[in-house]
Ligand binder design. Structure first.
Ligand code: GDP
Ligand code: IMO
Ligand code: MG
Length: 429
């Protein structure tokens, strides 16, 4: 029987999902985004070029891979066209192998405006969103005033959907001194974009049903990370979607009779962009060192990423929630020169040791992480290639994670390039 696969970030995003999805797409020929939008920034180094994909699945750099942007994703039509054109300029042909779900909701200009306004109105308590309109678009979707891509195929449906949206948004705009939404202008704008988008809009349910019936494996590409999940993350400092496993089943069609293997992506330390609790954050020199060595600047917004040590309490929670079968450990090389590597193994809160991950920011901000110091390997790991013996201290580090998380580490990433990857066990097959 075939198996479906998922790549899910187990931290606060930016674990290196783009690189790993690109690698796995050599074998798995259907890559599916199921949530999030162009708030994601997935970096791939390929043939000496660096590419950041925000909306289009990272697998499509392989010309024989089909990319699917399914219904759980929120799609900014302009962002989609921009990204598609950039890929095509680079010589990739996407016709007939990139598909957009007719049921995905569109991010419209008033969503991005509301995102920015919402952040400003929160005053000293912003979330630190990417201001791409993600939250307000999901808001409209749940409030049943969203505008689906399918409306681009039916002018009457488009006007009606916009009227429903605007009936709520315009009074809000008035109260906030923002310009009123002009439906005719918005329709004209969308008409201008629709020609480029229509050829990609399909019934992805039918498409994925056919693929699965033909025995083709699907590769689900998570965006963001488990701790940014709207329900399982550190609310309200989260994104508005479900990056964790449940999102695959609501945001796409994954036949649950087919085995699903979840590859959990773990950066060898932790980063976070935007506001919100981060128990193992290093505020001083160590944080700066991790940031510099890891080039930790947002792939979407360019903001510096906050950095700190690995957090096994948070990771245990994410491993369990997602039913992770194996871990891909990335950015191992960033730790190369540390003599000693602290790893958080428990939290102390009000004098008690917590063994589970609390999602409440007000608890996470007050607790004290307890660390185990592991020996650093202090040699360059980037030059290691498949089959090379690993430094003893690196083996100990991996064994420690495997023991604590009770999941095998199957892949080590020791640099951003495709070649800078060590397969310890097969991830696929
Ligand atoms: P994603 O959002 O999970 O796809 O991750 P990002 O692309 O936002 O951030 C990961 C960054 O680390 C990118 O710049 C990658 O090129 C880079 N990267 C990925 N794996 C490695 C690695 O093993 N070592 C180093 N040094 N960089 C890596
Ligand atoms: P990838 O897929 C890291 C963060 C934002 C902010 C919060 C809410 O590249 O891992 P949003 O704009 O989604 O409403 O912002 O979520 N965030 C990410 N952080 N990686 C991402 O994606 C992120 N996408 C959103 O910084 O804290
Ligand atoms: Mg990213």
């Amino acid at each position: 029987m075939t198996t479906n696969y998922a790549v899910i970030g187990l931290q606060w995003g930016d674990e290196g999902k783009g690189k790993i999805v690109d690698l796995l797409s050599k074998d798995l020929k259907v890559a599916v985004r199921y949530q999030g939008g162009h708030n994601a920034g997935h970096t791939i180094l390929f043939s000496g070029r660096k590419l950041v994909l925000h909306l289009i699945p990272s697998g499509v750099l392989h010309p024989d891979v089909t990319g699917v942007i399914d219904r759980g994703v929120v799609v900014d039509p302009e962002a989609f066209l921009r990204e598609k054109e950039e890929l095509e300029k680079g010589g990739l042909s996407l016709k007939g192998r990139l598909f957009l779900s007719k049921d995905a909701h569109m991010i419209l200009p008033y969503h991005s405006l509301a995102d920015g306004l919402g952040e400003t109105l929160r005053g000293s308590l912003p979330i630190g969103t990417t201001r791409r309109g993600i939250g307000p678009c999901y808001e409209d979707k749940l409030a049943r005033r969203g505008v689906k891509l399918s409306t681009l195929l039916d002018p009457k449906a488009l006007r009606e959907a916009l009227e429903a949206a605007v009936s709520m948004r315009n009074p809000l705009h008035k109260g906030l001194n923002a310009p009123a939404i002009d439906i005719d202008k918005e329709i004209a704008r969308l008409e201008g974009l629709a020609e480029g988008i229509r050829p990609f809009i399909v019934d992805t349910f039918e498409l994925l049903d056919n693929f699965q019936r033909q025995g083709r494996s699907l590769l689900f590409e998570g965006a963001q990370g488990t701790l940014l999940d709207i329900d399982f993350g550190t609310y309200p400092f989260v994104s508005s979607s479900h990056p964790s496993i449940g999102g695959i089943f609501t945001g796409s069609y994954c036949d649950y009779h087919i085995p699903l293997k979840v590859i959990g992506l773990v950066k060898a330390y932790t980063t976070r962009v935007g506001e919100g609790p981060f128990p193992t954050e290093e505020m001083g020199e160590t944080g700066k060192t991790l940031q510099e060595r890891g080039h930790e600047y947002g792939a979407t917004t360019g903001r510096p990423r906050r950095c700190g040590w690995l957090d096994l309490v948070a990771l245990k929670y994410a491993v369990k929630l997602n039913g992770v079968s194996s871990i891909a450990l990335t950015k191992v090389d960033v730790l190369d020169s540390f003599a000693s590597i602290p790893v958080c193994t428990s939290y102390l809160y009000k004098g008690e040791r917590l063994s589970t991950f609390p999602t409440e920011p007000w608890i996470l901000e007050k607790l004290r992480p307890e660390y185990t110091e592991l020996r650093g390997w202090q040699q360059p790991s980037s030059s290691l290639r498949n089959g090379d013996p690993l430094p003893e201290a690196l083996k100990e580090y991996i064994a420690f994670l495997e023991e604590k998380l009770e999941v095998p580490v199957s892949l080590l990433s020791v640099g951003p390039d495709r070649e800078e990857t060590l397969n310890l066990r097969p991830l696929v097959g």
